[in-house]
Design a protein. Structure first.
Length: 303
């Protein structure tokens, strides 16, 4: 650990704070996080922590979810530029219009949405349980927002349902191309190909498995294979290398999420020193958004 990291650890202790970090965070931020995980795991940690303050090193919707699950706690988001562009692709007014066009159809919202969109939703999902959540609903028609690619992945497992999609997508995962994956497969024929379900269908077709980021970690830890091509944000490889030592990982070109990389150690230190930037949400939004989030947590993981 460097001096800055040590001072952050000291500040955490003094202030009774916990740092939750997403698997795509910079290596140095991962190193000072108390918990690393995917959106599902971090939501569970946020709902359980006894610490007074949560510093959320991830994108906006993740910090908001932590606040929704813990309205009485202080939730700090160290850099306000860390905003997920996919979550910004749908808003509550547009979702209300879509609901009016499909009366009675429940709304499954990917956790990558604003608190206002969650407040208009019946249940949330993450990439770790999207198939399970959709399968659990008795309805034939389901509105799924905002990620069409995740929705198309789910549709493979629920052929009997009519899914209504929203034209949202992850700019990072659509940069992962089938051509680049195939080139890596030729170079490393022994490697297993693991991708995130936010990838496009043609990419998922050439992968061995599609998993959430935590699902990718669990898979490499238990697989008998030694080499893996990782079709998700490149920073994921820091955690994989640390927690699956001896295994070899190949990153797909251009798979970077600029928003996830916004948070630097200096931002984390400043957030604890200045208590910035506090997540504040209207009470009525918290009350309504909490319902679909808690339903999602109760449903558990499928991977
Ligand atoms: P996970 O929940 O799988 O970590 O994914 C979050 C995300 O933003 C993927 O782009
Ligand atoms: Fe959002 Fe995609 Fe970045 Fe995940 S990788 S935070 S979905 S832009």
């Amino acid at each position: 650990m460097n001096d800055l990291q040590r001072s952050i650890v000291e500040l955490k202790r003094e202030k009774d704070a916990i740092i939750l970090g997403h698997n795509y965070q910079r290596k140095e931020v991962q190193e000072i996080s108390d918990f690393l995980g995917d959106s599902y795991g971090l939501s569970v940690q946020a709902s359980r922590t006894a610490a007074k303050i949560i510093v959320f090193c991830g994108v906006d919707f993740m910090a908001e979810s932590a606040k929704i699950l813990n309205p009485e706690k202080v939730v700090l988001h160290p850099n306000l530029r860390a905003r997920c562009p996919m979550a910004a692709m749908v808003d509550a007014a547009s979702l209300k219009e879509l609901k009016a066009q499909h009366p009675g159809a429940p709304v499954v919202s990917y956790v990558n949405t604003s608190a206002e969109v969650k407040a208009e939703s019946d249940i949330c999902c993450t990439s770790a349980n999207a198939v399970k959540i959709v399968q659990s609903l008795p309805d034939k028609k389901i509105i799924f927002v905002p990620d069409t690619n995740l929705g198309l992945y789910v549709q493979r497992f629920v052929k009997d349902k009519e899914m209504v999609f929203w034209p949202g997508y992850c700019p990072t995962h659509v940069n992962i191309t089938r051509e680049n994956l195939e080139r890596l497969k030729e170079e490393h024929p022994e490697a297993e190909v693991l991708v995130h379900p936010e990838c496009t269908p043609d990419v998922i077709d050439v992968a061995d498995h599609a998993y959430s980021t935590e699902g990718i970690l669990r898979h490499v830890q238990t697989s008998s294979k030694k080499e893996f091509i990782i079709g998700t944000e490149e920073n994921m490889i820091h955690r994989l290398s640390k927690e699956a030592p001896g295994k070899i990982f190949y990153a797909v070109p251009n798979a970077t999420c600029p928003s996830m990389r916004e948070i630097a150690l200096e931002d984390v230190r400043d957030s604890l020193v200045k208590m910035q930037y506090r997540i504040e949400l209207p009470d009525d939004i918290i009350i309504r958004a909490r319902v679909p989030l808690e339903r999602m947590i109760r449903a558990g993981r499928q991977e």
